[in-house]
Ligand binder design. Structure first.
Ligand code: SF4
Length: 371
């Protein structure tokens, strides 16, 4: 079992909070896509003919590509051992999803679309420098549904400056009314390389108070549970049968090939990642960084990925082998969190409680092993 991630680093306009590798320079698109297809060809053996269950086009903004560009990529992907009807996701920006565009991509093998909505409040969208309105976003989702896409997810953002409970509930209720199958909700972060960080440094924005963030998260979990969504990972909610198979594969330790600038790959023994500059990637596509996965790294990866999920960490079933010493270490480190009810233990399984979710970063850090 394996997965493929393709990074499409082009955006029509940059959002104020974003530090992803992406560019508004369209002229790089053609050489970039040629390099990406070449990378798929040269790294064909990376997955050792394992069956590819999921393919994910992320960005950037994959919906900035046209049908011909996608067709070239799908042609290059056909050299891999794709299972019949693999999950193939495309990330899309609402204002790219015009009727003509959605019609044009309908015959491509995409069977899942993840729409970057972020908010259904126009003031918030403007603040984030998104290029769509709430109405455009809702129409985009409806258009996808009209054209036969059933597996649609949307991304939302909370913890925005001045966001209040009423506004957030409105956004969530609008999201629920659209009959989407999957909702991801992330707290706004202030990334050092994003323009929003400079505003923060100059005192021009005030981050949400911790108490507000906690309350917004509570509202999120209440509203999602009320609509029958399963909270299957800290930031991810799905209707039964609609978890993202691609993201789940990362958390399960599945091998994956990542192509494109800044894309990461993992084959169980090592992790590789490509240069994060688009221009340098076009010059030389070879992954420039390699990290060998030794036993402590395997253990830390296991904790980091599994603890965020609803199933939690099952120390009896590590996805990659590590010794009893690490298992004992983990249980020792976990004890204080079990006592203060941030973690619950069931046999050899550890799970975050609702209280633990709010301090999950600290718990994960504490369970990490450092030599
Ligand atoms: S958030 Fe998405 S659309 Fe906005 S600049 Fe970043 S990659 Fe592009």
């Amino acid at each position: 079992m394996a997965s493929i991630y393709l990074h499409i680093p082009f955006c029509k306009k940059r959002c104020i909070y974003c530090d992803f590798v992406s560019s508004t320079h369209d002229e790089m698109k053609r050489p970039y896509l040629e390099t990406l297809c070449r990378e798929l060809e040269t790294r064909r053996d990376y997955l050792q003919n394992k069956t590819v269950e999921t393919v994910y086009f992320g960005g950037g903004t994959p919906s900035q590509l046209n049908v011909e560009e996608f067709e070239k990529i799908f042609h290059a992907l056909s050299a891999f051992a794709l299972r019949p009807a693999p999950e193939i996701t495309m990330e899309a920006n609402p204002d790219d999803l015009t009727a003509t565009y959605v019609d044009s991509i309908r015959h491509l093998p995409f069977n899942r679309v993840s729409v970057g909505v972020q908010s259904f409040d126009d003031k918030e969208l403007k603040f984030l420098h998104r290029r769509h309105t709430a109405e455009t976003a809702a129409k985009a989702v409806e258009r996808l549904q009209e054209k036969g896409f059933t597996n649609i997810g949307i991304d939302l953002m909370y913890g925005l400056p001045e966001q209040n409970e009423i506004g957030w509930r409105d956004t969530l209720r609008k999201a629920k009314s659209l009959s989407v199958r999957h909702i991801s909700a992330y707290h706004l972060t202030y990334e050092e390389n994003a323009p929003l960080y400079a505003l923060l440094q100059h005192g021009q924005v005030r981050p949400a108070e911790e108490e507000t963030s906690v309350r917004l998260f509570e509202i999120l979990t209440e509203e999602m549970a009320d609509a029958g969504f399963e909270h299957y990972e800290i930031s991810n909610f799905a209707l039964p049968g609609y978890r993202s198979k691609h993201n789940t594969s990362y958390w399960n330790g599945t091998h994956y090939l990542g192509v494109g600038a800044a894309a990461h790959s993992y084959n169980g023994r090592s992790r590789q990642w490509n240069v994060s500059s688009i221009a340098k990637y076009i010059e030389s596509q070879t992954p420039e960084n390699v990290e060998i996965i030794d036993e402590p790294t395997a253990y830390n990866d296991f904790i980091l990925t599994r603890l965020r999920t609803r199933e939690g960490v099952d120390l009896a079933k590590p996805t990659v082998p590590f010794g009893k010493e690490k298992t004992d270490y983990c249980l020792r480190q976990a004890q204080k969190y079990i006592e203060n009810q941030c973690l619950e233990r069931d046999g050899m399984r550890l799970r975050l409680t609702r209280k633990g979710i709010f301090v999950s970063d600290g718990i994960i850090r504490d369970l990490f092993f450092s030599a």
